[in-house]
Design a protein around this ligand. Structure first.
Ligand code: NAG
Ligand code: NAG
Ligand code: NAG
Ligand code: NAG
Ligand code: NAG
Ligand code: NAG
Ligand code: NAG
Ligand code: NAG
Ligand code: NAG
Ligand code: NAG
Ligand code: NAG
Ligand code: NAG
Length: 505
């Protein structure tokens, strides 16, 4: 039985666009260095030499700070992995649902996101690190009067109290942000929590969109939810908690630390990153873990490329590998799917994931199901792309691609902006489970900070179905795909909860 990693390697016909991007970048720097020395050798350009020296000194200073910042707080593994033998690692699928959403029957769901967060908070005895796009845990932040923010307030209270329990807390968030009126960060700071806002706008023309927690260097959470009260009661979220894996936690910590050091004022991205940021866990060498009693191979992916040392598997590469490695089915649930660049490279067509999906369907007869969110604030320009993908579906030609819209009724909650949507970002194939934090569009992989978790598990022949994380994620997809909330494109009728229905003839 081949391991998942060899299986993935066997199907590497899809090459990463970032590889060429990275190669270009390296050869460009080399070229510019060469021309610099040529110019200097011809003499006369002393001023340029001085300038260059200043640049080098500044760069060294920057690197010093980066290394210094990494070392004192935490020990970094000198070799290989941080796995403590006989750790009882476990994995839990966590979800939240907008209030009033009713599947109408006994549907299997993950554990409650709110309960999972509360549990993690209760376990903390030493330290918590949190990465989130922004914080907005009370309804006042967005000028809304709603008692459905109670869970959010509770989480904020719990964080506030952590320093008094001697738990040290570090938080990174994004510049730019969407939470302009929130006082959460101020409140946290006043209570002794260390905060850094990382200017991804300046650094990569993106945002910090990763969402994860690291608790006591051994438990981690990764998922779609921001530190937002709406994530607990008004938006559909999906994530994963892994308990008792110091190896994975140490690995995720390196990503956290890369944000932390870039949160210094005027920080510039090192190239390459110091070796302390290298990882020993990636697609080629996943961490072998016994997760809830199931032998598993796990690794953490990241974007953007500028924040990935060579040893870190890039988020996009992991997605392409999973798509390319599927033999039977590819089930994807993402908030937005857009084969183009939307924000900073306006109107750049980007069919990288699109091609991989079509290729799997066409060349290998893999069945592809794409579940995309539609709400009142969804960008209508996505609609023609969804239709074009769905139009390829033709079972008689052995092409199985189906797209459905996931539409959550706003009901009497329509006064709360940016809610009532499926914010999930995951994929499950017959081989792997992937839980991420990025929409599937160009900017998220090129300029925006995100993370993903890839899990493959050798199904135990004796295990009753539903035992593995992969099987649970698959069941969650099936539940949603066959629910009343999933609408095939051809069946979309007038529906004020979905912006696309206004674009239909
Ligand atoms: C739902 O599950 C509960 C407890 O597991 C059971 O008592 C009930 O009959 C189930 N309802 C349906 C409609 O299956
Ligand atoms: C922030 O507060 C200002 C002033 O109170 C208000 O005009 C604005 O709409 C608020 N923004 C949000 C997102 O609630
Ligand atoms: C919020 O609503 C409650 C009752 O629905 C009302 O008593 C209260 O005054 C409202 N608060 C604000 C700030 O609008
Ligand atoms: C926190 O640490 C201080 C100093 O080490 C100690 O005096 C105090 O009892 C601790 N508090 C708790 C709640 O553990
Ligand atoms: C973590 O492992 C310890 C034993 O090392 C065990 O007592 C504890 O219950 C585990 N925690 C979780 C959340 O599984
Ligand atoms: C950051 O840069 C600005 C202007 O470029 C400068 O005024 C400021 O002193 C710098 N801050 C630090 C901490 O280097
Ligand atoms: C990690 O380290 C442990 C003990 O040091 C070892 O048993 C295990 O094989 C290592 N795992 C990997 C993936 O290297
Ligand atoms: C995984 O751990 C469970 C107990 O938590 C144990 O029963 C099982 O044998 C372990 N499996 C492997 C492959 O190590
Ligand atoms: C392609 O897959 C479908 C199921 O998705 C199956 O019914 C069909 O027979 C397959 N065709 C070929 C040529 O393998
Ligand atoms: C909103 O609608 C739900 C049913 O969907 C109902 O239970 C709830 O009481 C309503 N809330 C308000 C404030 O009208
Ligand atoms: C992606 O997701 C975020 C929320 O996570 C949303 O605000 C944004 O508009 C989405 N769409 C695109 C194309 O980025
Ligand atoms: C990715 O970013 C680079 C520079 O940040 C830009 O030149 C390139 O066009 C971007 N690619 C896409 C597909 O947006």
């Amino acid at each position: 039985m081949p391991t998942a990693s060899t299986r993935l390697r066997d199907v590497q016909e899809l090459t990463s666009p970032y590889k060429s991007l990275h190669d270009n970048y390296v050869s460009n720097t080399r070229k510019s260095k060469c021309s610099f020395s040529a110019l200097l050798a011809t003499g006369g350009l002393i001023v340029l030499g001085v300038l260059l020296a200043i640049v080098v000194i500044e760069k060294l200073k920057n690197e010093d700070q980066i290394n210094e910042d990494l070392s004192p707080h935490h020990h970094t593994p000198t070799c290989c992995n941080d796995t403590i033998p006989n750790e009882q690692s476990s994995i839990v699928l966590v979800e939240s649902f907008p209030l009033g959403m009713d599947y109408g029957r006994n549907a299997s769901t993950g554990k409650s996101l709110y309960e999972a967060w509360k549990h993690l908070l209760s376990l903390a005895t030493k330290e918590i690190a949190v990465a989130s796009f922004y914080w907005s845990l009370t309804a006042e932040d967005i000028n809304v009067n709603s008692t459905t923010d109670r869970a959010g307030r509770d989480i904020l209270e719990e964080f506030r109290a952590l320093p008094s329990r001697n738990v040290s807390v570090r938080v990174v968030t994004s510049i730019p942000t969407v939470a302009h009126n929130s006082t959460d960060l101020q409140v946290l700071k006043e209570n002794g929590i260390q905060i850094r806002r990382v200017n991804f706008g300046r650094l990569t023309k993106g945002i910090l969109h990763a969402k994860f927690w690291i608790v006591d260097g051994k438990h981690i959470y990764i998922g779609s939810a921001n530190m937002d009260w709406r994530a607990l009661t008004q938006v559909k979220e999906l994530g994963v908690v892994i308990y008792n894996s110091s190896g994975l936690a140490a690995d995720l910590h390196k990503i956290f630390q890369s944000y932390w050091v870039m949160g210094r004022s005027n920080a510039s991205i090192p190239d390459p990153w110091p070796s302390t940021y290298d990882t020993f866990i990636n697609e080629e060498r996943p961490l072998l873990l016994n997760l809830s009693g199931v032998a598993s191979q796990v690794y953490i992916t990241a974007s953007p490329p500028a924040f990935c040392p060579d040893s870190r598997t890039r988020d996009l590469d992991a997605i392409l590998s999973a798509i390319g490695g599927a033999q039977d089915f590819i089930h994807v649930s993402v908030m937005e799917y857009y084969p183009a660049s939307k924000f900073f490279h306006h109107h750049g067509y980007w069919p990288v994931i699109e091609d991989a999906l079509k290729r799997s369907a066409f060349e290998r007869n893999v069945s592809v199901c794409l579940l995309v969110s539609c709400g009142q604030e969804t960008d209508p320009s996505i609609w023609p792309f969804l239709r074009s993908l769905d139009a390829l579906h033709s079972p008689s030609n052995n092409i199985n691609i189906a797209v459905r819209l996931f539409i959550i009724p706003a009901g009497n909650q329509s006064h709360i902006p940016y809610t009532r949507v499926n914010h999930n970002k995951y994929m499950v194939t017959d081989k792997v489970a992937y839980v991420g934090t990025s929409n599937w569009s160009a900017d998220y992989f090129n300029s925006t900070a995100g993370v993903g978790l890839v899990v493959s598990q050798d199904a135990l022949p004796s295990a009753s179905s539903g035992n593995t994380f992969q099987q649970q994620l698959s069941a969650v997809f099936d539940r949603d795909w066959s629910s009343q909330f999933a609408v095939p494109l051809a069946e979309l009728k007038q529906n004020h909860d979905c912006v696309f229905s206004k674009s239909t003839p």
